[in-house]
Design a protein around this ligand. Structure first.
Ligand code: ZN
Length: 61
């Protein structure tokens, strides 16, 4: 089973799909903001800045 997670775009807290469905007016259960959620963690691109970049073929091997 491939569970999906979503990340608060304010505090970057991780919730699962069940929790997302139960949100009170879209507010984060952790920090209470309504910035919204994304399937990618906030700042993911910053995190990889300067790191080795893998392209798609690397993952297919
Ligand atoms: Zn939050």
């Amino acid at each position: 089973m491939n569970e999906m997670f979503f990340y608060c775009q304010d505090c970057n807290g991780k919730i699962n799909l069940d929790q997302l469905a139960l949100l009170d007016q879209g507010k984060c259960p952790i920090c209470g903001s309504n910035y919204g959620f994304s399937s990618s963690p906030k700042g993911e691109h910053d995190q990889f800045e300067g790191a080795v970049v893998l392209n798609d073929t690397d993952f297919l091997q």
